[in-house]
Design a protein around this ligand. Sequence first.
Ligand code: 9WN
Length: 447
Amino acid sequence: PADRRPVRYTHPTLAARAARVLRDNDTGVVITAAPRLYPHMWSWDAAFISIGLARLDVQRAIAELDTLFAAQWRNGMVPHIVFTDDDAYFPGPDRWGTHEALDGPRHVRTSGICQPPVHAIAVRRVLDIARRSGPNDRIDAERFARRIWAKLYAWHRWLVEYRTPGSSGLVAIVHGWESGMDNSPRWDVPYDAVHPGAALPPYVRKDVRVVGDPNERPTDREYDRYLWLIEEMRRAGYDQRKIVENSSFLVGDVFITALFAMSCDVLLELGQEFGQEPAQLADLADWAAKARTAVAASCHSVSGMARDRDLRTGRWLDTQTIAGFSPLLCGGAPDDVQLRLLSLLDSDRWCGHPDLLAPVPPSVSPMRPGFNTRQYWRGPQWPVLVWLFSWAFERRGWHERARRMRDGGIRLTDDGSFGEYFEPFTGEPLGSTDQSWTAAVVLDWLC
Ligand code: 9WN
């Protein structure tokens, strides 16, 4: 399918365009997640953005992560949004009302939930890139890695202390936004139990004004639930114990759990290198092992796919999405399960589907009922996820697979639009264009 899209940039031109996107989205203080749709700093976006930035300017990459961690809550949580002064995004800081939260930072306004813990991975990557780029960059990045280590540890500790309830060992989320895969069908069943009350204050969405086709975004019904969960948290004063105990949404997220296992490994390696406390290193080894065990234990006995778990009802969530491949990221599943997952990933149900423009996993299999080519996390392909798979495969020693993922990611994005997500068959960019994290992963692939 070579010419479904009219434009294909050569690699040097594509890299130059990606660099320009990051420069244009730089407010001077933060690099916004996207120019109009997302005019603030998002937590996991900032991690990926720093990786792309390191290819251009190590100092700027460090500054981005420092800005994010300067907004870390006193209890250790890294908030999902650090707000700029722009008011073009809803819900903004007033709706979150986190200034009333005891644990929140005082000097900056943030949302009251978190996002996937990929930050240790970003620090590792920035450090590796800096070490290759020259002695000054190396010194700066090493200083930075030493300095941020304790903050990363506190963030991981928060996830264990507050967000690993019950016996499943899965890291729990209290809002679909925390997963980063907001309206994925993974969350349909638990969201059915979220009933927005009459006390839900009225609101006006802004996202649908920016994205031309509202079908590319979540529905109003979904938004009511998103906003209701915020209302519940606000009423609980953002007290994590109360939220985890009472909120109408509490789900063990298998994909986050896999990312957490990998991030703990990376943080442990960094800690060993920089001589951090042995007791803290032992914690990280223990957390990584437990997270891996939880991911492996979630695998379906027939398909092998990893599953989320609704922690309110105790039920496994069998919806098959890209998150089902979590054990391929972090390892730890028995060999036969891993082989089944690899052949499923290669099959025509996933990357081998004959009509895909680029052979990388869509967010939902094109063969599943409910697959939607255009709607957000219900079908489109997301370059950042492709980056995560290629990074994890490389780390696991699967070099050929890692290269194929990377090449597929470049194919997906070589129209130079830096779409937020892509229609899998036509390669049409959807959601925002000039999305910073898309530009960042492309830079990392090409440099
Ligand atoms: C809500 C910024 C973020 C990403 C998420 C993506 C989307 C926000 C939204 O944009 O979520 O957090 O308003 O839809 O789902 O993964 O971090 O790019």
